[in-house]
Design a protein around this ligand. Structure first.
Ligand SMILES: *[C@@H]1O[C@H](CO)[C@@H](O)[C@H](O)[C@H]1NC(C)=O
Ligand SMILES: *[C@@H]1O[C@H](CO)[C@@H](O)[C@H](O)[C@H]1NC(C)=O
Ligand SMILES: *[C@@H]1O[C@H](CO)[C@@H](O)[C@H](O)[C@H]1NC(C)=O
Ligand SMILES: *[C@@H]1O[C@H](CO)[C@@H](O)[C@H](O)[C@H]1NC(C)=O
Ligand SMILES: *[C@@H]1O[C@H](CO)[C@@H](O)[C@H](O)[C@H]1NC(C)=O
Length: 392
């Protein structure tokens, strides 16, 4: 009964559906035909466009389009083999990287800590000078016989056009690209970071010392090398000084990220290891604050590193300098030593008449370098160095 009742209804629906299906079929056909036509027309058009393009491009340049050619790989024989060590070795200290590019390149550091080749660690001696290095003959004696254990970098004023050192000198070809540096200026820190970045490019450099043209070594190379390589600490002078030339130079606009309690002062002639050097060239947080807020009589070069290191890396900082300087006469500049000041007794005193800590032990060897020595002191320094400083 149910079926009989449903069937007529079903056939009624079918009766109504039949024309609908026909209409649907026809519209599908129409749509398909349209699509096909469109497709054929488009294909012809695209062909013509690409043909036109080819014609026009070939009419512009009569030569056929250049083919990609891969230059043949040079034969890597045993003789000209480029191993990792050779590949990493910086061939030339001259380059034309912009500071931003240089700092980024220098901040690249290996994640695998063991070197897959024998790496003899070197000390990078970085000279920040205005002109030439008048005491270079003393330094040349100092470096003599220690090739492979040091690298030299010289940042002099771009206006300096003195003569390039002799090819036999360790200073030969060691001048890095420089920019003008004003005393006590943020540019001075830029120059220090530029020196550090250049020295970081050589993966063998492990310790980094900043020197001026008036600096002298107080010990022979072997002693200084061992002292620095064995040091568990960095030598960035940092102290808190109340008063106008210390805390008085702090600017409240530096907060945050720098609070007055974190503000430090120190001499700019530092010594540091590779880890800290990497942090200094990678600093994008504190340096811009100094660029903006530490201008004029703020003397950024006396505050940036002491403050930056004391906030972030104080644990491994000795807070003292390895470069001796004499402020006893007062005034804004330290005492300068001339020829007649240089005696054996004076040099001996600088070497050993001190007290400080080294790797947690008390020692009298606190200073490895000293300043400020005028060019006219050179002959006496050369005379006393073999005896007093044990130059070989
Ligand atoms: C560069 O040297 C030339 C002579 O060699 C001299 O005339 C010129 O003044 C020097 N420039 C600077 C900036 O010292
Ligand atoms: C570190 O000190 C030890 C002991 O004084 C010495 O044998 C070693 O040669 C020193 N290391 C370097 C790299 O000079
Ligand atoms: C260096 O100074 C910081 C404060 O800025 C202090 O915490 C740290 O103990 C000092 N380190 C040494 C070795 O005196
Ligand atoms: C330094 O002190 C440590 C203990 O703190 C000691 O083991 C080591 O021998 C000392 N080094 C020197 C050179 O006196
Ligand atoms: C370096 O000086 C030390 C004393 O500071 C001395 O014992 C050593 O023999 C000297 N080294 C050379 C290579 O002259």
């Amino acid at each position: 009964m149910k079926n009989q009742y449903q069937n007529p209804l079903g056939s009624l629906v079918k009766l109504f559906n039949a024309p609908t299906q026909l209409v649907n079929f026809l519209s599908y056909m129409l749509f398909f035909a349209c699509g096909l036509t469109c497709g054929i027309i488009l294909t012809f058009h695209v062909k013509r466009i690409s043909f036109n393009l080819q014609v026009s491009s070939s009419s512009l340049s009569p030569t056929p389009p250049p083919q990609l050619s891969i230059p043949p790989m040079p034969e890597l024989s045993k003789a000209n083999r480029v191993g990792l060590k050779e590949f990493l070795k910086p061939t030339n200290v001259m380059h034309d990287m912009e500071d931003e590019e240089l700092l980024w390149r220098a901040s690249v550091t290996p994640k695998i800590l063991e070197f897959p080749f024998d790496r003899v660690p070197k000390v990078a001696f970085m000279f920040l000078t205005k002109n030439s290095i008048p005491l270079a003959p003393l330094w040349e004696k100092f470096f003599q016989g220690h090739q492979g254990l040091y690298s030299i970098y010289v940042h002099s004023d771009p206006s300096f056009n003195g003569t390039e050192p002799d090819e036999s000198s360790p200073f030969y070809g060691r001048t890095i690209p420089s920019k003008e540096v004003g005393w006590g200026n943020v540019n001075m820190i830029e120059a220090e970071r530029r020196l550090l970045a250049n020295a970081l490019l050589d993966f063998s450099n492990q310790r980094f010392v900043l020197l001026s043209e008036s600096c002298i070594p107080l010990f022979n190379f072997s002693t200084i090398y061992s002292y620095l390589m064995n040091s568990t600490q960095n030598f960035v002078q940092a102290y808190d000084l109340p008063g106008p030339v210390g805390q008085g130079r702090y600017n409240r606009k530096m907060y945050p990220p720098i609070a007055i309690q974190q503000w430090r002062k120190g001499g700019q002639w530092f010594e540091m290891d590779r880890d800290l050097a990497l942090e200094v060239v990678s600093d994008k947080k504190y340096f811009p604050v100094f660029q903006r807020q530490c201008t004029g009589s703020c003397y950024a070069d006396e505050h940036y590193l002491p403050t930056f290191v004391s906030i972030n890396f104080w644990e491994r900082n000795s807070n003292r300098s390895v470069t001796w300087v004499d402020w006893s006469k007062g005034g804004p500049h330290p005492n300068k030593f001339i020829r007649t000041d240089v005696t054996e007794a004076f040099l001996e005193k600088l070497r050993s008449d001190n007290k400080c800590e080294y790797n947690g032990n008390s020692t009298s060897t606190c200073y490895l370098f000293a300043r400020k020595f005028l060019p006219n002191a050179l002959d006496r320094l050369l005379r006393f160095a073999p005896k007093v400083m044990h130059f070989n």
